[in-house]
Design a protein around this ligand. Sequence first.
Ligand code: HEM
Ligand SMILES: N[C@@H](CC(=O)c1ccccc1NC=O)C(=O)O
Length: 366
Amino acid sequence: MKRNISPVYYGDYLQLDKILSAQSLQSTRYGEPAHDEMLFVIVHQVYELWFKQVLHELNSVIDAFAQDSIPDQALISVVHRLNRIIQIQQLMNDQISVMETMTPQQFLAFRDYLVPASGFQSIQFKRLEISLGLKREFRIDFDKQSFYSRLKDADRELLEGLEAKPSLFDLVDEWLARMPLLKFNDFDFWKYYQQATDTMLSDDRQTIVTNTTLSDTEREQELRDWQSTRDNFDALFMQENYNKLREQGKFRLSHKAMLAALFIKQYSEEPIFNLPFQVITALTEIDEKLTIWRYRHAMMVQRMLGTKIGTGGSSGHHYLKKTTESNRIFLDFFNMATFLLPKSMLPPLPDAISRYLGFYLSQGKS
Ligand code: HEM
Ligand SMILES: N[C@@H](CC(=O)c1ccccc1NC=O)C(=O)O
């Protein structure tokens, strides 16, 4: 690495003149400055800086998955960057409590000056959602319209351009579906898996039927839930059924990707599956942390505004709470746990396959 020729000065390097003179308060334009508006502005600016860093990491991960093939070295750096995103998300979730040191009344001192701005117009947040894989058709109605009506033309065009590109979800789906692990000459893994899961489900049904503490209505409900789990299992082994449920929105991953992810989760301790397993785990964590952020933000809004409508025109708390469930992206990675078997019930892999999966570099002591 080359050494710098001219000396660097801390404040110049970080362009603090720009950052530290960028807190102009709306309240000063209309009267006495509201003391707490400074906190409100700075907290938002800090969020936007972290969004920038998260997008920087996320875009490099998207680039890696967009390549024709992804070598293990690239996956190592993908996992590293995804884990960095997770740590930043933790910070962003914790930061809600700093905002919550402002009381509702302190907020009301300057809230009216903010209309009609709101977090809806955070382009970086929307970029984050879209790049991860939130499709417009999944958004709730109010939010679908906000795309058209509440943004400046240039911002709207930028987001629409991004919606037309493959998201991280799309690329991960393709990557999983391409995995060559599912065909092993004469060993039909899924047939064995189906038998094992049949046993597990029959045991579950028996438990419901013989549970004397359940009322008739409770038992009927549990049996209905059991049947729905049974249907999901059947779909797993029959592509046509799977695709039907997928059209109804029960699954989002493609059938092939779902099977690959399940295989990876079941055999996560096999060395060649471990990195893909870490990718799946990190994406699950990112979805969970984003959902927690949405929930904490919605709670903060309830605390600040009760049931008042938002400055952006939504119903406020009610709208935000709904998005915590409807805007999930990697939900399949959570629900997949339904299909997991305990290690003791797993089909033993034939010798040739385990040898293929293992790293036979270590020879053991002789
Ligand atoms: C006093 C604190 C806050 C209140 C009362 C509040 C309130 C709201 C409300 C009511 C909405 C719905 C849009 C509307 O109709 O106005 C909203 C959306 C949003 N807010 Fe906040 N907010 C607060 C702080 C923050 C902070 C610190 C951030 C961090 C960047 C943020 C980011 C967002 C984002 C990204 C949305 C859009 C969410 C979506 O469309 O799913 N908000 N906020
Ligand atoms: N939507 C909020 C106002 C608000 O929080 C806000 C306003 C301008 C810029 C960012 C905001 N933060 C998040 O929505 C409200 O209805 O009070």
